[in-house]
Design a protein around this ligand. Sequence first.
Ligand code: FES
Length: 325
Amino acid sequence: MTSAQTLRVRVAKRQASGQDIALFTLVSADGAQLPAFEAGAHLDVHLPGGLVRQYSLCGDPTDKTHYRIGVLRDANSRGGSIAVHEHLKEGVELEISAPRNHFPLITGPGAGKAYLFGGGIGVTPMIAMAHTLHKTGMDFEFHYSSRSPAHMAFTAELDAAPYASRIHKHFDENAPTPAQQRADAAAILGAAPPGAHVYVCGPKGYMDWVMDTARAQGFPKERIHYEFFQVDVQKGGDSFTVVAQASGKEVVVEAEETIANALERIGIRVQVSCEQGICGTCLTNVIEGTPDHRDEYQTDEEKAANEQITICCSRSLTPRLVLDL
Ligand code: FES
């Protein structure tokens, strides 16, 4: 570990898998074992130009010899996925965070059957979850939706997995069999036994569809688990004043800038990562004022408490917002 926050790793292997997807195997640069992680965890990957992006770990959580991430090259991204594809060649060293988990799997007695839904590259945390569910002997179904067979990644590995019989592949187009056309979430979740949990990750529309279906099937919110990796954050709004109380400074956040940008403008450095309200890196305590929460990170209850704000994307409903900075 190079600092309290980061680990130095090396790209030991890079493999193409599915259209525009690359799988990266990362090993410790000094050959040591890596910190353990839990299924659902992600890493912050530090990229050239100061970019930091989060990628879910998609390997076996019990294997400390390496981490594995899968990254879709997205031409419409804000630069992170393209930087990964261009920069991370085999042998390159880079900094990553230790694994963090905001998407934990519920295991143990009484946890109920798990329904894993992965859409596109959102399948990555589901692979780690499937490893854990299989090893702990829990009942689960794994539904992997992809645009077409050519877009699907991890196919050889999933076909050979000891839990292969639990995997259901679904395709929007060119499905090899009629049964593999689009997932019927209502039928799948309608057949779920009492106490089941749903886990979903993927594009926003896919996630909304799975979560809306689960709610319609009577799943309470504590049994619907999700992790966003890409959202459309509402941008801009009226200007307001932010007071950084500990620093003794204040700044007007203009209509088209973020609180984080405005603070940087007056010399207050803040830590941001995803810049779209999904990772929680920029969470800041609110001392006074009412935030206009625009993130997907905090729960509805946390947002209603107005004790913290994600300053990378959220704004203020009051003309003045006092922060603990
Ligand atoms: Fe990720 Fe703000 S930087 S939530």
